[in-house]
Design a protein. Structure first.
Length: 423
């Protein structure tokens, strides 16, 4: 970059900052610019987290198509799935297969801090956008890559989705009933947990760049991320000599541990608690709450083998008590007594929960097409970097705004780029 280009770049950056709203300033990642090629969930969950923390995340999407997640489950407009993973981002369209589109992309890389992608294996290289090329454009650029099995190793050419990653990382075999088959966990940790690992890597790379002045490649494999989440299960594997048996909803056979029925008996009317006799204060509080004080000094519970034998009998007494109360009533009674216990929240419960709303874990945003839209918020609460929640962008919604910042072009140039199928 020559001196003239450097001055122009500085002026453009200052102008860009001047155009941003005051509510966007003074965030943890203020001034960090992410050129985002991610799609679906594993990558978008990463960049959404960084956007919540104040980074300027610019989704670069294929013209007229966009992130495939926009069309998940069909229907009109952007899918709820897409909206849940792309809040606080901006969207531009750019044809990376056209010469002009690539030139524009490289200029964005020159002015950016991070390029993020979770495309199929080899796609970035086939587009001529590998790290060697990007680093030549901007030696400070950080490339964050999310892959099913990474870019090296025997499985590296295999494609993956969330359940595949969970199967490959141990999640399936760790889940299910003792006499049943491996079971898919209900939440998408194969995708979103991988995204959180990638966000950690990006933050570390930004900090290291402050010392070295150089960017680097961050790679997170979805399989690796699930293995990392499987440490507690793997700790029972005797260094890989055995595979732990599945335990269902009980960590072990013990009175006071597991799921218990609640009124009125619907499919999600359960509580989960951990109050085994081994934890005397919790056990005392539980047996007093259910009206069976005699169980506190029951000699059968002093012998681990006998305790296992009477687990079904005693848990039946607990279940008889919980069955007469709603799951939230049980949670309140036992929670206030210091017993680890929770209602089994279904999706309706989560959206309606006042605790989550007070913590801004459930928020409502104004979506350009759908109007008021309620979705999960940011789980990271920072005292000096509160999140200003914004809805996920429409496809190409910020073309004029972003391209003016990067290239200082106006409406006529945008029309020309559109007619040439560049944007």
């Amino acid at each position: 970059m020559d001196t003239g280009d450097g001055v122009l770049y500085a002026l453009m950056c200052l102008d860009s900052l001047g155009q941003r709203k005051e509510s966007d300033m003074d965030k943890a990642l203020d001034g960090v610019r992410i050129i985002d090629l991610t799609q679906f969930e594993a990558g978008t969950s990463c960049t959404q987290m960084l956007a919540w923390l104040g980074a300027d995340v610019i989704k670069v999407e294929q013209p007229n198509v966009g992130d495939p997640g926009r069309g998940v489950a069909g229907g009109e407009g952007d899918s709820p799935y897409f909206i849940h993973y792309n809040s606080n981002k901006r969207s531009v369209t750019l044809n990376l297969k056209s010469e002009k589109g690539r030139e524009m992309f490289f200029e964005m890389v020159r002015q950016g801090d991070i390029v993020s992608e979770n495309l199929a294996p080899g796609t970035l290289e086939r587009l001529g956008l590998g790290y060697d090329v990007l680093a030549e454009v901007n030696p400070r650029i950080i490339l964050a890559r999310v892959k099913g099995f990474g870019t090296y190793g025997p499985y590296s050419r295999y494609k993956s989705f969330d359940p595949v990653a969970q199967a490959a990382g141990g999640g399936f075999c760790a889940t299910g009933e003792p006499d049943g088959p491996p079971m898919r966990p209900g939440t998408t940790s194969g995708d979103s947990a991988t995204g959180m690992h990638a966000a950690i890597g990006i933050l570390a790379a930004l900090w290291q760049r402050e010392r070295t002045g150089r960017g680097q490649v961050i790679e997170v494999s979805m399989q690796d991320a699930i293995v990392n989440l499987s440490r507690t299960w793997m700790a029972r594997a005797e260094q890989g000599r055995v595979s732990p048996e599945r335990t269902g909803n009980s960590l072990r056979a013990s009175p006071g541990v597991g799921t218990f029925h609640c009124a009125p008996g619907g499919p999600d009317d359960y509580v989960y608690m951990i109050a085994s006799p081994a934890r005397k204060p919790m056990w005392k509080a539980l047996v007093e709450a259910i009206g069976h004080d005699e169980l506190f000094d029951d000699p059968r519970l002093d012998d681990p083998d006998q305790a296992i034998e009477v687990t079904a009998e005693i848990n039946g007494l607990i279940d008889a008590w919980t069955s007469q109360r709603s799951k939230f009533e049980v949670m309140k009674i036992l929670g206030e007594k210091g017993i680890p216990c929770s209602a089994c929240f279904n999706a309706v419960d989560l959206y309606a929960d006042e605790h989550l709303r007070q913590r801004e874990m459930i928020v409502t945003v104004d979506h350009p097409d759908r109007g008021e839209f309620t979705l999960p918020g940011c789980p990271v609460k920072m005292s000096d970097s509160p999140v200003d929640f914004r809805a996920a962008p429409l496809l190409g919604q910020h073309n004029a705004e972003v391209f003016a910042e990067f290239f200082d072009i106006g409406a006529e140039s945008l029309k020309s780029l559109n007619s040439e199928n560049v944007i």
